[in-house]
Design a protein around this ligand. Structure first.
Ligand SMILES: NC(=O)C1=CN([C@@H]2O[C@H](COP(=O)(O)OP(=O)(O)OC[C@H]3O[C@@H](n4cnc5c(N)ncnc54)[C@H](O)[C@@H]3O)[C@@H](O)[C@H]2O)C=CC1
Ligand SMILES: O=C([O-])CC(=O)C(=O)O
Length: 311
């Protein structure tokens, strides 16, 4: 019996739950929100696709009743406000820190062995907050950002290459922020061929820049931040953990010397399995990439500094 709780039945949480259920990733999914009736309504709507999509997962929607989340193997935290056009993710810290802290406390009362996937923004800082306040071992706290950013990177590369996105590989590490992401263009490939052999520098620079502001671009177009790819990326991380897939996916992890940094959560390639983050994979960076990583880490550390006054 596998059980996943998704906290926050808004755009990202409901999409994540829908992808989990539509793909029969878990035996049971619980969707929970503070807003009366929202999780129940989204659950009813999703489960009315069961006979259309051959869904066998059981799904429950509840308003703030954590007893229903009892014994979850994985919990995805999406509760909190999203940004509006013109805002940065970092501006959300004041409201979201309190929400993420109280949700984590409630979740762990009923699922003390759960692996937590943090989605709420500013994600690296919210993941760090969970580390600082929950007492959980570092392998059980995963920040979801790099899975999404890498998928966007592959999308923009596929458009530039006029190729199938499934035939493109690439990774984004560093912070999950408009200026802190690091698309690793040097390691990106199309069917094993380095993209630098197929696209000129100006095109590759534009792909990297579009990736970094991918979330801001969609926020401008939609009036609130994106949800289809964020929900699907969160579900992919859940599946990697629940099914012990041993996939390497960039996630925000507590670093203790890896990539030259300490005491922050930041996007690094993580081997994901049933124990959560089973290993941080060491990808060799050149001097320019190392410098970008150090700058990214400094920016994430700076945002973490605002945590104390936000709680
Ligand atoms: N890490 C990532 O890659 C991404 C992160 N995000 C972040 O995810 C968060 C959610 O985004 P959306 O789903 O678009 O927002 P939304 O506004 O559609 O949904 C958020 C939900 O959280 C609920 N909520 C608020 N406080 C709560 C509490 N204490 N307990 C339970 N539920 C509570 C609200 O009622 C609302 O339904 C935002 O902080 C956003 O910035 C969004 C996309 C990608
Ligand atoms: O852009 C935002 O604020 C939401 C998010 O993290 C993303 O879509 O990457």
């Amino acid at each position: 019996m596998s059980k996943v709780t998704v906290v926050g039945a808004g755009n990202v949480g409901a999409t994540c739950a829908n992808v989990l259920v539509a793909n029969n990733v878990a035996d049971e999914v619980v969707l929970i929100d503070i807003k009366e009736g929202l999780a129940e309504g989204k659950t009813m709507d999703i489960m009315q696709t069961a006979n259309l999509l051959n869904i066998n997962t059981r799904m429950t929607g509840v308003t703030n009743d954590y007893s229903k989340t009892e014994g979850s193997d994985v919990v995805v935290i999406t509760s909190g406000i999203p940004r509006k056009p013109g805002m940065t993710r970092e501006e959300l810290i004041g409201v979201n820190a309190g929400i993420v802290k109280s949700v984590t406390d409630n979740v762990l009362k009923h699922s003390p062995n759960a692996i937590i996937i943090c989605v709420s923004n500013p994600m690296d800082t919210m993941t760090y907050l969970i580390h600082k306040t929950s007492g959980l071992p570092k392998n059980r706290i995963i920040g979801m950002g790099g899975a999404l950013d890498s998928s966007r990177f592959k999308y923009f590369l596929s458009v530039a290459l006029n190729a199938n996105p499934n035939e493109v590989d690439g990774m984004v590490i560093g912070g999950h922020g408009d200026t802190t992401m690091i698309p690793l263009t040097r390691y990106a490939t199309y069917r094993g061929i380095p993209v630098s052999e197929l696209l000129d520098k100006a095109t590759l620079d534009k792909v990297a820049a579009d990736t970094m502001v991918g979330g801001a671009t969609l926020t401008g177009l939609l009036g609130t931040s994106a949800w289809y790819a964020p929900g699907a990326a969160s579900a992919a991380v859940v599946a990697a953990v629940l099914h012990d897939q041993k996939r390497v996916i960039p996630c925000s992890a507590l670093v203790e010397g890896e990539y030259g940094e300490n005491d922050i959560c930041i996007g690094v390639p993580c081997l994901l399995g049933r124990n959560g983050i089973e290993k941080i994979v060491d990808v060799k960076l050149n001097d320019a990439e190392k410098e970008l990583f150090a700058k990214s880490a400094a920016a994430v550390r700076n945002t973490n500094g605002a945590l104390a006054s936000s709680l």
